[in-house]
Write a new protein. Structure first.
Length: 367
């Protein structure tokens, strides 16, 4: 039987453990427990009832104190009221309570195990365990709850784990690996295998120890490794700066880049730098997309109808195109006024203002 104060889903796996009673044990003592609970046997002691059912008296009484303490207390009160017992005694003796008081105080104020508390206060471990289970069940329940709560959490150094112990290296492990851990901190450039060899340790055991108890040291070594990788990559890039085809192409087109940044077109920048215009356009488009976008913004114009034309052509044909769209003058007269070629102006109008050209054509057909 489990105390109802701690019965929950996680506790069911402990039914046959330290705080529970196995099914076969419950079945073996069932008749004797029912006899203790019955009023027909109040004239008999628990030892007599145990002998009636073939059990050892002391073992039966310890089982009752551990799992059915409420039945014992209720039975003793009834026996005293009926005159069978004159001086009943419940709970531990004062001398026993004083003996285990320091250990109980340690267990209530700290997360140390029962074995550690028994060792520190100089009492016997088995006796202290029985004393807690029989007379301080609230302490046992509280410690069990803390253990169950820590089961679902990752193990952290200095925190309580599911076994009821503080997480950390056991025994002399800290002293055994102390020198290697200090060397790992001071010399991140050395491998763990080299450090283990110099300290006379197994590389695998040192690696496992660091992985479990010194994650901060491994993080420090990982940051150093990443810094070294970045430094080597920078050195390699600097070395390849003047040897690769990309570096050669960058040096080739470098004189034209400042001209394009100032707003010059590809054609003018290529002509001034002595480069091919199409090659310069292709290189900038693939290697400097930001500069390509800037050149498009500086040297191209988007009309209200969505057509994109070069700024040079727009500046050249803008006035003639506006007059063509707003007046009825002949195309050849407009071209002659602005000193433009008729075919060039007509080609520009067809590309940028096809609606205006179509409108002029419809008017001419009607006339």
């Amino acid at each position: 039987m489990i105390n109802t104060a701690i019965s929950d889903e996680r506790l069911q796996q402990y039914m046959g453990g330290r705080y529970g009673q196995r099914g076969e044990t419950r079945e073996r003592y069932r008749e004797a427990v029912e006899a203790c609970e019955s009023v027909l046997h109040l004239d008999k002691t628990t030892s007599e009832i145990a002998r009636m059912h073939g059990h050892h008296p002391e073992t039966f009484r310890m089982m009752m104190k551990r799992h059915f303490s409420d039945i014992l207390e209720r039975r003793e009160k009834l026996r005293m009221s009926l005159g069978y017992v004159k001086t009943p005694h419940f709970g531990p003796k004062k001398s026993t309570e004083d003996k285990y008081a320091p250990a109980l105080e340690l267990l209530r104020k700290s997360n140390m195990t029962v074995a550690e508390a028994a060792r520190q206060t100089g009492v016997e471990l088995a006796s202290l365990q029985q004393h807690i289970l029989f007379h301080h069940r609230d302490l046992a329940d509280e410690r069990l709850h803390r253990r169950l709560e820590s089961l679902d959490k990752p193990r952290e150094r200095g925190k309580l784990n599911g076994a009821g112990r503080m997480s950390g290296p056991r025994g002399t492990a800290s002293e055994y690996y102390a020198k290697a851990v200090r060397r790992c901190k001071r010399h991140p450039e050395m491998t763990i295998k080299e450090i283990a060899t110099k300290c006379g340790l197994e590389p695998h055991s040192l690696s496992c120890y660091l992985q479990r108890w010194h994650r901060d040291v491994l993080q420090l070594r990982e940051e150093y490794r990443r810094g070294e990788v970045a430094r080597r990559q920078a050195e390699r890039a600097k070395h390849n700066e003047f040897t690769t085809k990309a570096a050669k192409a960058q040096r080739k087109y470098a004189p034209a880049l400042p001209l394009i940044e100032k707003g010059m077109s590809y054609e003018a920048a290529a002509q001034q730098s002595g480069l091919d215009r199409d090659q310069l356009l292709s290189w900038v488009k693939h290697n400097r997309p930001d500069l390509h976008i800037l050149e498009r913004q500086n040297n191209w114009v988007t009309l209200p109808n969505g057509v994109r034309v070069s700024r040079k052509s727009w500046d050249k044909f803008q006035q003639a195109a506006q007059e063509y769209a707003t007046t009825d003058r002949l195309l050849k007269d407009i071209a002659a006024s602005y000193e433009l070629k008729v075919n060039s102006l007509l080609s520009f109008l067809r590309r940028t203002m096809p609606q205006a050209v179509e409108k002029r054509r419809e008017k001419r057909d009607k006339k």
